[in-house]
Design a protein around this ligand. Structure first.
Ligand code: FAD
Length: 431
């Protein structure tokens, strides 16, 4: 019998799944990929999250190669299989790259002595694809799938899914599937949540991820940046672990994020000499285990850390002010003084002291004195992770519906793509 596979989301997970299927002889005409964004020829630069290759298609193109980075993979399939799946994703990017010889790998080998005894440094290889090549990769990859007969529906948003009758609905069509790969990424987080509520999908317990965005002149951190550009310092206590996260250098800007009506902070790096500001910024994120209702707890903390519709900025050196955005305006934040630190400590339920210790100990190593500032808070609201069968990532209640990528538990390109391939392998085995 011919089995129709529908993939919602032409992002990294969905496209890698389709590629694995057709590479292994699955007829492309039986695969339909639906995406609310544009094909790679019509996708505009400002369409950051949607369209061919999804958020990964317009990203920085850094492919991390470690099972502790980028979300959960080895939990489902074990360490060895996880690495093999990630190899397949990297090979796919290489295969459709116009200049594969320009892909390079940074691979720090040893923790530098100077960060000890306070910190560990996560060592992992990163393949740099080059963000300016991602568009060309997307086009070549798209053409390959079209040539194999895969059908694409662009600018088409899936509004609802009937898991009981295996049907999906868009504004003007209904499609029947035998297998569904649900790969909607972060831009589909609300849709995933609504399905989770509607079908009362059981979910995995999640931890809280909250902290601050740290900013200081780059010169203090240069000796570490020379070893690892996107360095990941970490510390571990009983139920709390801390890590530096998403480091930006050279032309590094703090960005305001508005989520659920509150202000939180993030950062990004620009390319181009004209943007250079010789600053470094990174998140200092705590992962706190064992909090009931982590999502509600985080939202409540974030809400308490707002003044006049802004997040907070603190520097022990009161002449240091919030920095400039890449557009040249001041990062929107309410500057607080030493007296307000107690309010912040209370709002974070006592956990802020871990962040303070992390900063004090960084100061021992990097000697930046009072020449820094923190934007409060930075938060990661982790997507609800539905409970899946570990052998094929299918929902425990609906075994022909497979969740993957950021809609499951991934937080990066390699893990998302690897989950897509893992699902495709299970479908191939069944057929
Ligand atoms: C600016 C930026 C930079 C990043 N840089 C990196 C990096 O350098 N390295 C790294 O590892 N990760 C990076 N990431 C994260 C990475 O891009 C994601 O983890 C990855 O793309 C997730 O893959 P996915 O397939 O799950 O989802 P996505 O790639 O986000 O794809 C989901 C697709 O689903 C579609 N969709 C959503 N809802 C619907 C719906 N209801 N109906 C139809 N279609 C729908 C969207 O249009 C989208 O194309 C970055 C993300 C951003 C935003």
């Amino acid at each position: 019998m011919e089995k129709e596979i529908v993939i919602i989301g032409a992002g990294v997970a969905g496209i890698n799944a389709a590629t694995k299927l057709v590479d292994n002889g699955y007829p492309g005409r039986l695969i339909t990929i639906i995406d609310k964004g544009n094909d790679p020829y019509n996708r505009l630069p400002e369409e950051v999250m949607t369209g061919m290759l999804g958020a990964g298609g317009w990203s920085d193109g850094k492919l991390t190669y470690h099972t502790a980075i980028g979300g959960v993979l080895s939990k489902y399939c074990g360490e060895e299989k996880a690495m093999e799946l990630m190899d397949q994703v990297i090979n796919n990017f290489r295969r459709f790259h116009p200049k594969p010889e320009e892909i390079f790998c940074s691979d720090p080998q040893a923790e530098p002595e100077f960060i000890k005894p306070y910190f560990g440094l996560r060592l992992f290889p990163v393949w740099h694809i080059g963000s300016n090549y991602l568009h060309e990769i997307a086009k070549a990859w798209y053409q390959y799938l079209l040539d194999k007969g895969v059908k694409f529906e662009w600018n088409t948003e899936v509004d609802d899914i009937d898991f009981n009758n295996s049907r999906i609905y868009t504004h003007n069509t209904t499609l029947q599937y035998n297998s569904l790969i649900f790969a909607v990424g972060k831009s589909g987080i609300d849709f995933a949540q609504s399905l989770s509520n509607e079908y009362k999908l059981p979910t995995e317990p999640k931890s809280v991820q909250i902290g601050v965005r740290f900013e200081a002149p780059q010169k203090y951190f240069q000796k570490l940046i020379d070893i690892s550009y996107d360095f990941k310092l970490y510390q571990k206590y009983d139920n709390v672990s801390l890590r530096s996260f998403c480091t930006n250098n050279n032309a590094a800007y703090v960005a305001v994020e508005e989520t659920y009506g509150d202000i939180t902070y993030n950062g990004h790096a620009k390319k181009g000499k004209e943007f250079e500001n010789q600053m470094t910024n990174f998140g200092i994120l705590m992962e706190i285990k064992g909090i009931d209702n982590p999502f509600e707890w985080s939202r409540d903390v974030v809400n308490k850390l707002q003044i006049d519709g802004k997040g907070l900025y603190y520097s022990p050196n009161q002449t240091r002010k919030p920095g400039l955005t890449s557009e040249g305006t001041t990062v929107s934040a309410h500057q607080v003084d030493d007296y307000s630190l107690d309010d912040i400590r209370n709002a974070m339920g006592g956990y802020f002291s871990y962040v303070e210790t992390f900063i004090e100990q960084m100061n021992e190593v990097f000697q930046f004195g009072d020449d820094y500032g923190i934007y409060i808070p930075e938060v990661k609201y982790l997507s609800p992770e539905p409970l899946v069968n570990y052998n094929d990532l299918s929902l425990t209640n609906y075994n022909n519906v497979h969740f993957s990528g950021d809609a499951l538990s991934a937080r990066g390109i390699t893990v998302s793509g690897a989950q897509g391939i893992y699902i495709a392998e299970s479908i191939l085995k069944k057929n």
